[in-house]
Design a protein around this ligand. Sequence first.
Ligand code: NAP
Ligand code: F7E
Length: 347
Amino acid sequence: MKKKKALIFGVTGQDGAYLSKFLLNKNYIVYGVKRRSSIINTQRVDDIYKDINYKSNFILLYGDLTDASSILNLIKKTNPREIYNLAAQSHVKVSFEVPEYSADVNGLGTLRILEAIRSLNLEKKVKFYQAGTSEMFGSTKEKFQNEKTSFHPVSPYGVSKCFAHWITKNYREAYGIYACNGILFNHESPIRGETFVTRKIIQGLVRIKQNYQKKLFLGNLYSKRDWGHARDYVEAMWKMLQQKKPDDYVIGTGKTFTIKEFVNIATKKMGLNIKWIGRGIKEKAIDIKSKKIIIECRKRYFRPLEVDYLKGNATKAKKILKWSPKTSIDSLIDEMIKHELNNNDQY
Ligand code: NAP
Ligand code: F7E
C-alpha cells in the first residue's frame, strides 16, 4: 500500500517532534519544515533524522510561515495528504514584546498555508490541522471551557490564534477544505521549551537540588492551568484528520492546578521540603533543610494581562474522536524530573 504523506510546519518544536514520531509509527512519510537559524535547531528530532543523503521516511526542508512562496513550493514539492500547522511564535509573554511578528507568523502564516492549498486546487485532496489554543478563551468567566465557549483573548498571541481559528473555519466553509481547529489546553513534556513554566520549574528545582543553581525566579503563582502530556495531544490532532467531516475540538484533561500547586507536587517528588512565606510579589519558598530561600517572584515574569483560569471540557473529543488523555499530572511531572536528572548528569 502507498504510504501516506504528511507535511508538518513547526516540526522542530515540542509537538512537531512528538507528532513526527507518532506518524512515522503509523508508516507515514513525514516532511518537516524547519526554519533557517544560525545554530542547529533540530535537537528534538535528531533521533529520527538521517543524513539527507540516505533514504528516509523523515525529511526536513527549509521554509518559513512568513514567506508565502516557500509554503507554496513546499506543498507543491511534497504533495502531502495531511498538513499540520504547528508553527508559531508560541510564547504568550513574548507576544507582548513582538506583537506584530506574532500576528504575522501565527495569524497570517495560517492564512498563507490555506491560500496555498486553495491556489494549488488541493481543496478536496488535502486535510489541514490548525494548532489552536485555550489562550483564545482568555478572560472568559466560564469555568469548564468547550467548543461553544466564546473567545476573549487577552494577549497578542491569543488574538493572533483567534484569527487563525476563524480563517481556518472560513476556508472550510467557503471552499470546502477539510480543515480542523484543535483547541488545545496546555500540554507539556520533557522536551517542552525551557521558558514555559513547567519546564522552567522542573529544570530549576533539579538544578537547585543538585547545587548547580541557587534560586528559581517565577511570576504569577496563582493562575490555573489544565496541563496534559504532548504525546497524548498529538494523537488527538491526527484523529481530527481521520474523521468523515472536518470539525473543531477542545483537547484538555478537565483538571486544573495553580503554578504554586505544580511547584508543591514537584518539590515533594524531589524530596525538597519547602515552606511558603510572604504575599504577592514578596512570596517566597524556603528550603526547610538548608533554611535558604529557593523560590522568589519577579515582576518581569508577569504579563500585562493574565489568563487566570483554564480547564478544558473535552467531552466532544471523547465522544467523536474516542480520545481521552492517558497521562496524569503526576506521571507527567515524574517523566519531566527523570529527564532533567539525566540531563544534569552532563554538568
Ligand atoms: P514550540 O515548541 O514553540 O514550537 C513552535 C514551532 O514553530 C517550532 O518548530 C518553531 O521553530 C516553529 N516556528 C516559529 N516561527 C516560525 C516561522 N516563522 N516559520 C516556521 N516555523 C516557525 O510550540 P509547541 O508547544 O510545540 O506548540 C505547537 C503549536 O501548538 C504552536 O502553534 C502553539 O502555538 C500551539 N499550542 C501549543 C500548546 C502547548 O501547550 N504546547 C497549546 C495550545 C496550542 P524553531 O524550533 O526554529 O523555533
Ligand atoms: O505560563 C505563569 C504564567 O508560559 C503558564 C503556550 O504553550 O500554553 C502555553 O501558554 C502560566 C501563566 O504557558 C512564570 O503567567 C508564572 O499564567 O508556561 P506558560 P501559557 O502562557 O499558558 C498555551 C495553551 C499556548 O497555546 C501557548 O503557546 O504560568 N507563570 N511564572 C510563568 N510563566 C512563565 N513562562 N515563566 C514564569 O516564570
